[in-house]
Design a protein around this ligand. Structure first.
Ligand code: FES
Length: 328
């Protein structure tokens, strides 16, 4: 499928250094990294991300490719694009402050958002959610698999890679701009036009993912054909208040203040937890609720599962009751 090169497995963490940077828009910065020894890097599959170990904590960014790369293929560099968040918690502002030659430690690439092999694809990207989609579209084009590619953004000026994508993907690509109503993204129409074996992939803000999931489910698309990844954490909302979490196995009680997640508080208290994305889209941290009312902030659970209130994603979700008792 892809040209294979000599395989080289890297042991975590990997040391990288900034090779080059450029501003793609007023707020989106592209960063290209090479190995600190200028050697080749671990290969990966489309949709993969790398976790950066930054002073403010761990942050994940998707790998971008305009030329096909495979897991057994060792690239010379990794490319990322990072949007400077208005309320940066130290991740995007740090990435925007890096200079050529600066070093960072990262994990080996992981993929929680893989393409389903040989199936036609509908790709829907919102804003900086474009990053994993570029690698996916590149691979689909390389493989000769049919795909439709929709990319929505606030304005033309705010859209990263607009010209490169138009040149590379031609008629497969349709652009949508919030300030140009005639280009509006019609999610219901896309859902109605799904081919029998087509899979949909969506990466963007929470509202876009929820809208695509709802439209696809209403059009009868089975859940195994709907794939999604959030580009930011859905955890924080204004008006958040503190609540208590009781660990059922030990009876220990922890207070989760605004601005902290259940995972952060419990891990700081010495509780071992399993998690991955920390954004509310992978489902790894799902935990049974023994008592209390959750305030769901994830995009994993269906509306009916959220209403049942029996499980929750503790990396982002909070509580509507004063205390949650969790099956931990
Ligand atoms: S760690 Fe992925 S949903 Fe919580």
């Amino acid at each position: 499928m892809f040209p294979a090169k000599e395989t080289q497995k890297l042991v975590e963490p990997v040391r990288l250094k900034v090779s080059s940077t450029r501003m793609l828009t007023d707020t989106v910065r592209e960063l290209v990294f090479v190995g600190s020894d200028n050697g080749t890097l671990a290969g990966y599959t489309p949709g993969a991300h790398v976790k950066f170990d930054l002073p403010a904590g761990e942050r994940s960014y998707s790998l971008i490719d305009f030329a096909a790369v495979a897991e057994d293929n060792n690239p010379a560099s990794y490319r990322f694009a990072v949007q400077l968040e208005v309320q940066s918690t130290g991740g995007s502002s740090y990435m925007h402050g890096l200079k050529p030659g600066d070093a960072v430690a990262v994990s080996a690439p992981q993929n929680d958002f893989p393409l389903v092999a040989s199936k036609p694809a509908l790709l829907i990207a919102g804003g900086i959610g474009i990053t994993p989609m570029i690698s996916m579209a590149t691979a689909l084009a390389y493989q000769g698999t049919a795909f439709r590619f929709h990319y929505a953004c606030r304005t033309q000026a705010a859209m990263a890679y607009r010209e490169e994508l138009a040149a590379q993907f031609g008629d497969n690509l349709t652009l949508h701009f919030d300030d140009e109503p005639e280009t509006a993204l019609d999610i219901a129409a896309l859902a109605a036009s799904m081919e029998a074996d087509e899979h949909v992939y969506v990466c963007g803000p929470k509202g876009m993912i929820e809208a695509v999931k709802s439209a696809m489910e209403a059009a009868g698309i089975s859940q195994d054909r709907i794939h999604f990844e959030l580009f930011t954490s859905a955890a924080d909302q204004s008006g958040d208040v503190a609540f208590e979490v009781e660990v059922h196995a030990t009876g220990e009680v922890f207070t989760v203040p605004p601005g902290k997640t259940i995972v952060e508080v419990l891990e700081a208290g010495g509780i071992d937890l399993i998690h991955d994305c920390l954004r509310g889209d992978c489902g790894i941290c799902q935990t049974d609720i023994i008592d209390g009312i959750p305030d769901h902030r994830d995009v994993v659970l269906s509306d009916s599962e959220k209403a049942e209130g029996k499980v929750m994603q503790i990396c982002v979700s909070r509580a509507k009751s004063a205390r949650l008792v969790l099956d931990l």
